[in-house]
Design a protein around this ligand. Structure first.
Ligand SMILES: [Zn+2]
Ligand SMILES: [Zn+2]
Length: 362
């Protein structure tokens, strides 16, 4: 099928909007007409050499199933779906309900090919273009996903806004509610008030955390964090940052969550904890982390992928919280037409737009 997609052809190239040929859905696959696709920082991986080009990125897609492959039983043409990361369903972590730690996570989500090595996208001159990015490649009018990574949702929901529930928003919320199990009455410090951090702030309020401190370099993001449930906000370049946080958390936080991957910020996340504190790390780490002798004493560190969530279970939970008015993730979203992808990327990287969602032309 002929589709239109935003192709990245070089690490520092601009996206090019191209007509591509999308393979028909194979066994276990579904084809989705994309309604919207969130842009996430992980879409930058090909730009820093951690994924091959050319590729169609986009891994927070939502849309309508318009074809199904052999053996698909849980989904049918016309179903509304939110797309998340792919997993095998058979390895030990998958069987234990933790598909974010699937043994085949990298093969399925970051190689641009199907798990069997085949290609699903071909360009106008017959060249391979990476597809199936996080089991989808949704910066396009259509994409292929699998029955496992497409989560059926109620058709009355605003479909075009739901894609971020598949990665960034899920990562923030599930890190708090699933991976770290933040307790009612506890204190939490969130470093980075982007889509992941702000989702964590909203989830911490749901969990009943008594003190939620948001730290960021942008005042407008901190203002939003305060509206979404942060009890305190601190600019990241405050002198004596750790001391300020210790003051706000009665000597040290029970939980901390770093969304930046910046080593000195990660050290702050560890350093602001009290004994028995739990620190969660998500995102791509930018450089080596050097720990001093006492850094880990009495503390627990979790390296978290996708919040540790099973999307089939957790996406419906987030939707229920949204319907109840407790989880207004749509306040993070700003929509852009797919052909404005460069502007969306620029605004996101500059800290302006928190969660761009790209809408393909109809
Ligand atoms: Zn698996
Ligand atoms: Zn992501």
């Amino acid at each position: 099928m002929r589709i239109r997609a935003a192709v990245l052809r070089g690490a520092s190239a601009a996206y090019s909007l191209e007509d591509l040929e999308l393979a028909p859905p194979g066994p276990g696959e579904v084809r989705v007409r994309v309604a919207g696709a969130g842009m996430c920082h992980t879409d930058q991986l090909p730009r820093i050499g951690l994924a091959d080009v050319p590729i169609v990125c986009g891994h927070e897609g939502s849309g309508v199933v318009d074809a199904v492959g052999e053996g698909v039983s849980r989904l049918a043409v016309g179903d509304h779906v939110v797309l998340s990361f792919d997993s095998c369903g058979r390895c030990r972590p998958c069987v234990q309900g933790a598909p974010a730690y699937c043994d085949t996570f990298i093969d399925r989500n970051l190689t641009g090919r199907r798990p069997d090595g085949t290609s699903s996208l071909v360009d106008a001159v017959g060249g391979h273009v990476g597809g199936r990015w996080f089991g989808q490649s949704s910066f396009a009018t259509h994409c292929l996903a699998t029955e496992r990574n497409a989560v059926k949702v109620d058709p009355s929901l605003p479909l075009e806004l739901l894609g971020p529930l598949g990665c960034g928003v899920q990562t923030g919320a599930a890190s708090i509610l699933v991976a770290m199990k933040v307790r009612a009455g506890s204190s939490l410090v969130v470093f980075g008030a982007g889509a992941v951090g702000l989702s964590a702030v909203m989830a911490a309020a749901i969990a009943g955390a008594a003190t939620v401190v948001a730290v960021d370099l942008h005042q407008h993001r901190l203002d939003l964090a305060a509206e979404l449930g942060a009890t305190h906000v601190v600019l990241g370049d405050t002198p004596d940052l750790l001391e300020s946080i210790r003051d706000l958390t009665d000597g040290g936080a029970d939980f901390s969550f770093d969304t930046t991957g910046v080593p000195h910020v990660m050290l702050h996340a560890l350093g602001c904890l009290r004994m028995t504190g739990v620190c969660g790390y998500v995102g791509v780490q930018h450089g080596t982390l050097e720990l001093d002798d006492m850094a880990l004493v009495g503390k627990t560190v979790l390296g978290i992928i996708e919040g540790g969530a099973d999307p089939q279970r957790f996406i419906p939970v987030m939707i229920d919280h949204w319907r109840a008015g407790r989880f207004p993730f749509d306040r993070l979203v700003e929509t852009f037409p797919l052909d404005q992808i460069a502007a969306a990327e620029q605004s996101s990287l500059a800290g302006g737009t928190i969660k761009p969602v790209l809408i393909p032309e109809r």
